[in-house]
Design a protein around this ligand. Structure first.
Ligand SMILES: Cc1cc2nc3c(=O)[nH]c(=O)nc-3n(C[C@H](O)[C@H](O)[C@H](O)COP(=O)(O)O)c2cc1C
Length: 208
Protein backbone atom coordinates (compact mmCIF):
# COMPACT_ATOMS: atom_id res chain seq x y z
CA UNK A 1 0.00 0.00 0.00
CA UNK A 2 1.38 3.40 -0.97
CA UNK A 3 0.08 6.85 -0.10
CA UNK A 4 1.16 9.88 -2.10
CA UNK A 5 0.97 13.13 -0.11
CA UNK A 6 1.11 16.46 -1.99
CA UNK A 7 1.07 19.96 -0.51
CA UNK A 8 0.60 23.11 -2.58
CA UNK A 9 0.05 25.98 -0.13
CA UNK A 10 2.51 28.88 -0.34
CA UNK A 11 1.84 29.80 3.31
CA UNK A 12 4.21 27.37 5.04
CA UNK A 13 3.47 26.79 8.72
CA UNK A 14 0.53 29.22 8.58
CA UNK A 15 -1.24 27.06 6.01
CA UNK A 16 -4.56 25.47 6.91
CA UNK A 17 -4.46 22.92 4.08
CA UNK A 18 -0.99 21.73 5.11
CA UNK A 19 -2.25 21.16 8.67
CA UNK A 20 -5.26 19.22 7.38
CA UNK A 21 -3.35 17.10 4.87
CA UNK A 22 -0.78 16.25 7.57
CA UNK A 23 -3.59 15.18 9.95
CA UNK A 24 -5.10 12.94 7.25
CA UNK A 25 -1.71 11.34 6.53
CA UNK A 26 -0.93 10.90 10.27
CA UNK A 27 -4.20 9.00 10.74
CA UNK A 28 -3.48 6.87 7.68
CA UNK A 29 0.01 6.04 9.01
CA UNK A 30 -1.42 5.00 12.38
CA UNK A 31 -4.00 2.80 10.65
CA UNK A 32 -1.55 1.36 8.09
CA UNK A 33 1.88 1.17 9.75
CA UNK A 34 3.26 -0.96 6.90
CA UNK A 35 2.28 1.54 4.21
CA UNK A 36 4.80 3.59 2.27
CA UNK A 37 4.22 7.34 2.32
CA UNK A 38 5.73 9.45 -0.45
CA UNK A 39 5.70 13.20 0.23
CA UNK A 40 6.00 16.01 -2.31
CA UNK A 41 6.04 19.61 -1.24
CA UNK A 42 5.18 21.23 -4.57
CA UNK A 43 6.26 24.65 -3.26
CA UNK A 44 9.63 23.71 -1.71
CA UNK A 45 10.41 21.45 -4.66
CA UNK A 46 8.43 22.87 -7.59
CA UNK A 47 7.87 21.00 -10.83
CA UNK A 48 8.65 23.20 -13.85
CA UNK A 49 5.62 24.10 -15.94
CA UNK A 50 5.19 22.37 -19.27
CA UNK A 51 6.82 23.82 -22.33
CA UNK A 52 6.97 22.28 -25.83
CA UNK A 53 10.09 20.12 -25.32
CA UNK A 54 8.88 18.87 -21.92
CA UNK A 55 5.38 18.03 -23.17
CA UNK A 56 6.85 16.28 -26.24
CA UNK A 57 8.23 13.65 -23.86
CA UNK A 58 4.76 12.17 -23.45
CA UNK A 59 2.51 13.89 -25.98
CA UNK A 60 2.80 13.55 -29.76
CA UNK A 61 3.44 17.19 -30.56
CA UNK A 62 6.09 16.87 -33.23
CA UNK A 63 9.44 17.59 -31.58
CA UNK A 64 12.00 14.76 -31.64
CA UNK A 65 15.38 16.29 -30.75
CA UNK A 66 15.92 17.15 -27.13
CA UNK A 67 18.73 18.73 -25.14
CA UNK A 68 19.94 17.35 -21.79
CA UNK A 69 17.60 19.63 -19.83
CA UNK A 70 14.54 18.40 -21.76
CA UNK A 71 15.63 14.76 -21.33
CA UNK A 72 15.96 15.31 -17.58
CA UNK A 73 12.42 16.70 -17.54
CA UNK A 74 11.17 13.66 -19.50
CA UNK A 75 12.66 11.47 -16.77
CA UNK A 76 10.92 13.61 -14.15
CA UNK A 77 7.56 13.26 -15.96
CA UNK A 78 8.04 9.49 -16.06
CA UNK A 79 8.90 9.34 -12.34
CA UNK A 80 5.84 11.44 -11.46
CA UNK A 81 3.40 9.38 -13.51
CA UNK A 82 4.85 6.11 -12.12
CA UNK A 83 4.56 7.48 -8.60
CA UNK A 84 0.88 8.25 -9.17
CA UNK A 85 0.17 4.89 -10.82
CA UNK A 86 1.82 2.94 -7.99
CA UNK A 87 -0.07 4.86 -5.28
CA UNK A 88 -3.31 3.58 -3.78
CA UNK A 89 -4.26 6.75 -1.91
CA UNK A 90 -3.46 10.35 -2.85
CA UNK A 91 -3.82 13.08 -0.21
CA UNK A 92 -3.60 16.66 -1.49
CA UNK A 93 -3.43 19.94 0.38
CA UNK A 94 -5.14 22.22 -2.14
CA UNK A 95 -5.85 25.87 -1.30
CA UNK A 96 -7.99 27.99 -3.60
CA UNK A 97 -5.95 30.63 -5.37
CA UNK A 98 -7.80 32.99 -7.67
CA UNK A 99 -10.78 30.63 -7.80
CA UNK A 100 -8.68 27.65 -8.92
CA UNK A 101 -5.76 25.55 -7.63
CA UNK A 102 -2.15 26.65 -7.01
CA UNK A 103 -0.22 26.76 -10.29
CA UNK A 104 2.34 24.40 -8.67
CA UNK A 105 -0.39 21.76 -8.26
CA UNK A 106 -1.47 22.39 -11.84
CA UNK A 107 2.14 21.75 -12.92
CA UNK A 108 1.97 18.31 -11.23
CA UNK A 109 -1.38 17.57 -12.91
CA UNK A 110 0.09 18.55 -16.29
CA UNK A 111 2.89 15.97 -15.82
CA UNK A 112 0.70 13.05 -14.76
CA UNK A 113 -2.05 13.56 -17.35
CA UNK A 114 -0.48 11.42 -20.04
CA UNK A 115 -2.22 9.75 -22.99
CA UNK A 116 -1.67 6.01 -22.90
CA UNK A 117 -0.68 6.09 -19.21
CA UNK A 118 -3.39 7.76 -17.15
CA UNK A 119 -6.04 8.18 -19.86
CA UNK A 120 -6.59 7.09 -23.44
CA UNK A 121 -8.57 8.32 -26.39
CA UNK A 122 -11.06 5.76 -27.73
CA UNK A 123 -13.79 5.85 -30.38
CA UNK A 124 -16.19 6.43 -27.46
CA UNK A 125 -14.17 9.39 -26.22
CA UNK A 126 -11.44 9.63 -23.57
CA UNK A 127 -11.27 6.89 -20.90
CA UNK A 128 -9.38 7.13 -17.59
CA UNK A 129 -6.67 4.54 -16.89
CA UNK A 130 -5.78 5.39 -13.28
CA UNK A 131 -8.80 3.62 -11.75
CA UNK A 132 -9.03 2.10 -8.29
CA UNK A 133 -7.40 4.89 -6.28
CA UNK A 134 -8.76 7.02 -3.48
CA UNK A 135 -8.12 10.76 -3.51
CA UNK A 136 -8.58 12.85 -0.36
CA UNK A 137 -8.34 16.61 -0.76
CA UNK A 138 -7.81 19.10 2.06
CA UNK A 139 -9.53 22.08 0.44
CA UNK A 140 -9.15 25.58 1.87
CA UNK A 141 -10.63 28.87 0.76
CA UNK A 142 -10.88 32.43 2.01
CA UNK A 143 -14.56 32.73 1.10
CA UNK A 144 -17.63 30.49 1.03
CA UNK A 145 -18.21 28.36 -2.06
CA UNK A 146 -19.97 25.20 -0.85
CA UNK A 147 -23.23 27.20 -0.80
CA UNK A 148 -24.38 30.68 -1.69
CA UNK A 149 -23.76 33.04 -4.61
CA UNK A 150 -20.04 32.24 -5.05
CA UNK A 151 -20.68 28.53 -5.80
CA UNK A 152 -20.33 29.16 -9.53
CA UNK A 153 -16.85 30.60 -8.93
CA UNK A 154 -15.47 27.33 -7.52
CA UNK A 155 -13.00 26.21 -10.17
CA UNK A 156 -10.86 24.56 -7.48
CA UNK A 157 -12.88 21.60 -6.15
CA UNK A 158 -14.93 21.35 -9.36
CA UNK A 159 -11.72 21.23 -11.40
CA UNK A 160 -10.05 18.61 -9.18
CA UNK A 161 -13.16 16.41 -9.24
CA UNK A 162 -13.41 16.66 -13.04
CA UNK A 163 -9.67 16.18 -13.52
CA UNK A 164 -9.40 13.03 -11.39
CA UNK A 165 -12.62 11.75 -12.98
CA UNK A 166 -10.97 12.20 -16.38
CA UNK A 167 -8.10 10.00 -15.15
CA UNK A 168 -10.62 7.35 -14.04
CA UNK A 169 -10.53 8.21 -10.31
CA UNK A 170 -14.05 8.74 -9.00
CA UNK A 171 -13.41 8.00 -5.30
CA UNK A 172 -12.60 11.64 -4.49
CA UNK A 173 -13.33 13.15 -1.06
CA UNK A 174 -13.13 16.81 -0.10
CA UNK A 175 -12.44 17.82 3.50
CA UNK A 176 -12.92 21.54 3.54
CA UNK A 177 -12.19 24.68 5.55
CA UNK A 178 -13.94 27.77 4.20
CA UNK A 179 -14.25 31.43 5.17
CA UNK A 180 -10.61 31.51 6.25
CA UNK A 181 -10.23 35.17 5.22
CA UNK A 182 -13.29 36.35 7.20
CA UNK A 183 -11.60 37.22 10.49
CA UNK A 184 -9.73 35.26 13.16
CA UNK A 185 -12.82 33.95 14.94
CA UNK A 186 -14.46 32.45 11.85
CA UNK A 187 -11.09 31.14 10.64
CA UNK A 188 -10.51 29.35 13.96
CA UNK A 189 -14.00 27.86 13.99
CA UNK A 190 -13.69 26.70 10.40
CA UNK A 191 -10.28 25.07 10.93
CA UNK A 192 -11.50 23.34 14.09
CA UNK A 193 -14.59 22.02 12.28
CA UNK A 194 -12.40 20.87 9.38
CA UNK A 195 -10.08 18.94 11.72
CA UNK A 196 -13.13 17.31 13.36
CA UNK A 197 -14.32 16.32 9.86
CA UNK A 198 -10.84 14.90 9.12
CA UNK A 199 -10.97 12.80 12.31
CA UNK A 200 -14.49 11.53 11.52
CA UNK A 201 -13.51 10.71 7.95
CA UNK A 202 -10.30 8.87 8.87
CA UNK A 203 -12.11 6.96 11.67
CA UNK A 204 -14.68 5.84 9.12
CA UNK A 205 -11.91 4.78 6.72
CA UNK A 206 -10.36 2.66 9.48
CA UNK A 207 -13.67 0.82 9.97
CA UNK A 208 -14.23 0.20 6.25
C1 LIG B 1 -2.57 34.17 -3.95
C2 LIG B 1 -3.83 33.90 -3.22
C3 LIG B 1 -5.03 33.85 -3.91
C4 LIG B 1 -6.21 33.57 -3.24
N1 LIG B 1 -7.38 33.50 -3.94
C5 LIG B 1 -8.54 33.22 -3.29
C6 LIG B 1 -9.77 33.10 -4.01
O1 LIG B 1 -9.84 33.22 -5.21
N2 LIG B 1 -10.89 32.82 -3.31
C7 LIG B 1 -10.88 32.63 -1.95
O2 LIG B 1 -11.91 32.37 -1.37
N3 LIG B 1 -9.72 32.72 -1.25
C8 LIG B 1 -8.56 33.00 -1.90
N4 LIG B 1 -7.38 33.09 -1.20
C9 LIG B 1 -7.42 32.78 0.23
C10 LIG B 1 -6.95 31.36 0.50
O3 LIG B 1 -7.73 30.40 -0.17
C11 LIG B 1 -6.98 31.11 2.00
O4 LIG B 1 -6.02 32.00 2.58
C12 LIG B 1 -6.62 29.69 2.38
O5 LIG B 1 -6.44 29.66 3.78
C13 LIG B 1 -5.34 29.24 1.72
O6 LIG B 1 -5.05 27.92 2.15
P1 LIG B 1 -3.75 27.65 3.04
O7 LIG B 1 -4.03 28.26 4.40
O8 LIG B 1 -3.62 26.19 3.06
O9 LIG B 1 -2.61 28.33 2.35
C14 LIG B 1 -6.20 33.36 -1.84
C15 LIG B 1 -4.99 33.42 -1.15
C16 LIG B 1 -3.81 33.68 -1.82
C17 LIG B 1 -2.52 33.70 -1.06
Amino acid sequence: MQLLHLDSSILGDASASRGMSAAIVDAFRRQNPQATVVYRDLIADPIPHLDGPIAAGFRPIGASEFDQAALAEHARSEALVKELLTSDVIVIGAPMYNFSVASQLKAWIDRVTQPGRTFQYTSQGPVGLANGKKVVIASTRGGMYSEGPAMAMDFQEAYLKAMFGFLGITDVHFLRAEQLSKGAELRDLSIRAAHAAVAAFTDELALA
